[in-house]
Each structure stands twice: as structure tokens, then as C-alpha cells.
Design a protein around this ligand. Structure first.
Ligand SMILES: Cc1cc2nc3c(=O)[nH]c(=O)nc-3n(C[C@H](O)[C@H](O)[C@H](O)COP(=O)(O)OP(=O)(O)OC[C@H]3O[C@@H](n4cnc5c(N)ncnc54)[C@H](O)[C@@H]3O)c2cc1C
Length: 499
């Protein structure tokens, strides 16, 4: 019997992970990517001797990469050099306060003692809280099946109480930390899923665990090295990768997928299709009307979205000693920043600015003596509240530089080259629905229960992976979604190879 044919639509991290695992399991896998390269949001840009990662800059949950490498018959250490970053992040405030959080907890405590001595015990207790939160939520919300009522019932009541679904992230943070500096630091992890610490459910404090207790790495060469590694592993296992291949529809007969149709008019038959495309786009554009129940399409397309971002890639002459590999310049009014983004759908007046400087660790990412600034500012997903007209882009760019100026970091006069990417650019380049970085909003108490499952409940042979399906966005999470989609597909196809 010939190997079942699987088509993966989209070569983001989730799609590549699914393709690798299905190929290892014995499927004949073709991955179709609309862009000229795979990697999706894990992109890179080069100009005038500068090189930038254009998407993610922080790698957490290293064990997820390790496990994928093992499943692909190799060792992560043989494929990727992951270096720890020290400090993990430098936090700056306009009043001159600075905090370096380190991979070494005692070093972090010493730094915290210098700015908020009253919170040293609270900080330790918070780290302990998020560790316990991870132990309770890990299997139920991240590594296992999409959560449902049954999932929550399986958690013993005594442990389930730690979820505190009636509280927000900030509500619980405030129980441990009094210093406004530290509350802002702990709340910032909400933005890792594009949410607000003042609305997102307290369970999302678990994100602080993966960074503060488990650590942060940087792949030598840049985050793009992860995409290159995934592509290499896929090719090694016989996946056919076709770039410049845009799928315009998923074909369905009698409730089962039969293949896909491409923009060039060709058709590819498939026994199973794994879509690494935004779930809202699959529902509203790739499947013909009437295939999914209307309420499903509406819930995917009309639901609230997570944050997007405005990205400035700056090639900066000279060096800026105050910047670490990762630096955060905080807004003086964090609640106002999130009100603006989520309530008004507009960029904030005084946004928090994040700068990643890979040349700190890989000096060849900039000409000698210069720096490659990746500047990211939270922005609302595309909506009626704001239009990214050329004037608006110029205004927001100026605002970001002015914010940097407030920290003595204005690079004006030193910018050799620059490139700006708005939420609209992101939507165009990766098919992200409304340009949202992390799919639908995580601001509601039961967001995790509403995420698209990895196997379509409506169409047999259709699987979903990527940031908008279970368990959510972020590089390690989409790798897990690829694993789950591949396991489900392999099981349904009767494949028994390693997976
Ligand atoms: C600016 C920015 C900063 C981020 N920072 C971090 C971070 O620090 N740490 C972290 O872990 N995560 C971060 N993320 C999130 C992370 O990058 C994403 O969650 C993850 O890379 C998404 O992977 P995915 O599998 O969902 O696929 P995507 O990257 O969304 O890729 C989907 C792919 O499908 C292709 N495609 C879409 N439609 C079609 C079609 N019809 N036919 C063919 N191909 C199609 C697209 O071209 C794309 O290549 C960041 C993202 C951005 C944009």
C-alpha cells in the first residue's frame, strides 16, 4: 500500500513541525508555502550590512525544541546552538530606574533589592506561585488535548483553585508585589500572548514561569536559525517543500478533504490536509461557504483579536552601552497603554518600547561598531479604530523615537538604514487575521476553551496547527500545535511510525 499523501498549507513553525513528524511517521508530505521562503513570522531582513530577525526574539520552553529534534532522529545540540542571554532582559523607566533580570535567581533578587526591597519576599513567592501554576495548567492547557469542562474536572479542586478564573493577571500579581516597577515587569508577560495584564485571566501568569524559572535562549545566528533548522529536518525526512505556492481552497467532498487548489490553477490530491494558516482564514476563505456551520465561522472571524505590533528595523551607527540584548523601556502609564490598544483600538500615546539587539551576541549582525535595533511596540490589530495611512505610520514612527528619547536612547542622527512594518504588512506577509500576532484575544477568562482544535470537528481529514489553534501562539506553542495535529492525523491515517 502506498504511503498516504498529506498536504501541509503554510511553512510557519507549526506547519514545519507537523510536516516533519508526519514524514517521520511514514506519510508522503508536501508543504505548500505562499512566500518565497518558509518560516512564516520567523523572518529576517538584511540591508547595508545589517541583519535583523523580523519576528520573534525570545526563545523559551527549550524542551519543546529538544523533543522535536529527538522525534526527528537528531539532537538539538547538533542542529542549533542555543546560547543563554544575560541579563535575560533589562527594564528601564523614565525616572532612571533600571532592573536587570538574570537567569541566576539570586542575581535577580539582588537587583530587585536595589529598587524594591519591600518586594524581595513577594518576588520569591510569585516565582513559586507561577511554578505551581505551571504544574497544574501544563497538561491541562498546554501539552495535552484542548481544554474542556472535563479537563477542569480532572484537576483536583484543591489544585484548581490556583487558576482563580475570577481574577486577572494583575489582580494576582498585586497580591505578591507592591512595587509599581515589579508589577509592570510581571504584568508584561501578558503581551507574550498579545493580551492585557488588566484583563487576561490569572492563569496566564504561567508565562512568567517559562521565562523566569525555566530561562531564555538565543539561537546563534538569530531566531531565523530555528526556521532554517526546521526546514532542514523536513527536507531530511523527505518532505517536498514548494515555495511561491499559494493555496486558494481546500477541497471537500462528502464531508472529507480530497485535496487543495493552488493560485496557479493546479490541484493536489491529499488524504489529509494540515492547515498552518490562521483558523479564521481557513474558515472564511479556504473552505467554501456552507462547509462549516455559520456559528463556527462567525465565532472565529468576529471574535476579539490579540495585539499586533509596529516593528522598526533600525541600522544604527555607533554603540549604545545602555542597551542589553533585550531591553524594555516601560510606559509611564501601563493601564492607559492597554486601554488605548484594546478599548479604543488605537496605538498608545506613551507606549512601552522593546528593543532586541542581536549584534550584542552576534556582532556580525551589524557593521563593526554599529548596532541592529529591532524595535517593537504593541499595536492594536487592524480594525475601525485606526488606519495605517502613510501619515499615521510617520507619526507613530516619530512617537516611538520620541519615547526612546525619553530614556536618552533616541537614535536620530545615527540611523543609517530603516524599515518599518505595520500590522497591515504583517497581515499581508503571513496571512495573520487582522495582523494579530497571536490569533484571537486571550483577554477573556475562558479564551483557552475557545481556541480552534487541532482536528476539524466538521471536515474529516482536516487538521489545524499554528498560533490560532490549540495551544496558542509563540514559537514553542505552535511547535506543540504541529505535534498534536500530526499525531491526530497520523492516528487517523493508520500510520504507526514514530511520532
Ligand atoms: C513581531 C513579532 C514578534 C514575536 N515575538 C515572539 C517571541 O519573542 N517569542 C515567541 O515565541 N513568539 C513570538 N512571536 C510569535 C511567533 O512568531 C508566532 O507565534 C509563530 O512563529 C507563528 O507560527 P505559525 O505556525 O502560527 O505560522 P506563521 O508564522 O503564522 O506562518 C504561517 C505560514 O503560512 C503561510 N500561508 C498563509 N496562508 C497561506 C496559503 N493560503 N497558502 C500557502 N501558504 C500560506 C504564510 O505565508 C506563513 O509562512 C512574534 C511574532 C511577531 C510577528
Amino acid at each position: 500500500m502506498s504511503a498516504p499523501a498529506v498536504v501541509v498549507i503554510g511553512g510557519g513553525a507549526g506547519g514545519l513541525a507537523a510536516a516533519i513528524r508526519l514524514a517521520v511517521a511514514g506519510a508522503q508530505v508536501t508543504l505548500l508555502e505562499q512566500a518565497e521562503t518558509v518560516g512564516g513570522k520567523i523572518g529576517e531582513h538584511r540591508d547595508a550590512g545589517f541583519r535583523w530577525d523580523t519576528g520573534p526574539s525570545v526563545v523559551t520552553m527549550r524542551h519543546v525544541l529538544e523533543e522535536l529534534a529527538t522525534a526527528a532522529g537528531t539532537r538539538l545540540a547538533d542542529e542549533l546552538e542555543l546560547v543563554p542571554i544575560e541579563p535575560i532582559t533589562r527594564y528601564l523607566w523614565e525616572d532612571g530606574t533600571e532592573l536587570d533580570l538574570s537567569a541566576d535567581p539570586e542575581r535577580s533578587v539582588a537587583a530587585i533589592r536595589a529598587i524594591a526591597p519591600e518586594d524581595v519576599d513577594g518576588w520569591r513567592a510569585f516565582l513559586d506561585h507561577v511554578r505551581r501554576l505551571h504544574a497544574v495548567t501544563g497538561e491541562a492547557f498546554i501539552y495535552g488535548d484542548p481544554p474542556g469542562i472535563g479537563t477542569v474536572r480532572r484537576i483536583p479542586l484543591r489544585e484548581a483553585l490556583i487558576l482563580e478564573p475570577w481574577r486577572t493577571m494583575d489582580g494576582v500579581i498585586g497580591r505578591y508585589l507592591r512595587s509599581p516597577y515589579l508589577r509592570q515587569v510581571a504584568g508584561r508577560f501578558a503581551t507574550y500572548v498579545g493580551a492585557s495584564p488588566y484583563s487576561a485571566p490569572a492563569a496566564l501568569n504561567v508565562i512568567a514561569h517559562v521565562e523566569l524559572n525555566e530561562g531564555v535562549w538565543y539561537p546563534r545566528g538569530g531566531l531565523r536559525a530555528i526556521a532554517t533548522m526546521l526546514e532542514r529536518l523536513a527536507l531530511r525526512h523527505g518532505v517536498t517543500i514548494r515555495t511561491g505556492a499559494r493555496v486558494i481552497s481546500i477541497e471537500v467532498r462528502d464531508g472529507r478533504v480530497t485535496g487543495v487548489r493552488l493560485a496557479d490553477g493546479s490541484r493536489l490530491a491529499a488524504d489529509a490536509v494540515v492547515a498552518n494558516v490562521d483558523a479564521a482564514t481557513v474558515a472564511g476563505e479556504l473552505l467554501a461557504p456552507g462547509i462549516l456551520p455559520g456559528r463556527r465561522v462567525r465565532s472565529l472571524r468576529d471574535g476579539r483579536t490579540s495585539l499586533s505590533g509596529l516593528v522598526l528595523l533600525l541600522g544604527v551607527r555607533g554603540t549604545t552601552p545602555r542597551l542589553a540584548h533585550h531591553t524594555i523601556c516601560f510606559s509611564p502609564d501601563y493601564p492607559a497603554e492597554f486601554r488605548s490598544l484594546f478599548r479604543d483600538g488605537r496605538p498608545a500615546a506613551r507606549p512601552t518600547v522593546y528593543i532586541a539587539l542581536t549584534a550584542r551576541t552576534d556582532p556580525e549582525h551589524a557593521p563593526p561598531g554599529d548596532e541592529n535595533w529591532f524595535v517593537l511596540v504593541n499595536a492594536p490589530a487592524l480594525g475601525p479604530g485606526f488606519a495605517w495611512t502613510p501619515e499615521a505610520v510617520a507619526e507613530e514612527r516619530a512617537r516611538v523615537l520620541a519615547r526612546l528619547g525619553a530614556f536618552g536612547l533616541d537614535p536620530d542622527g545615527r540611523i543609517a538604514v530603516e524599515h518599518v512594518a505595520t500590522p497591515a504588512d504583517l497581515a499581508r506577509a503571513t496571512g495573520a487575521w487582522k495582523g494579530a500576532l497571536y490569533g484571537r484575544s486571550s483577554n477573556e477568562a475562558f479564551s483557552a476553551f475557545r481556541r480552534a482544535p487541532n482536528r476539524s470537528p466538521d471536515v474529516r481529514g482536516l487538521y489545524l496547527c499554528g498560533g490560532t489553534s490549540h495551544p496558542g501562539g509563540g514559537v514553542p506553542m505552535v511547535l506543540l500545535s504541529g505535534r498534536r495535529a500530526a499525531r491526530l492525523a497520523a492516528g487517523d491515517l493508520g500510520l504507526s511510525g514514530p511520532r
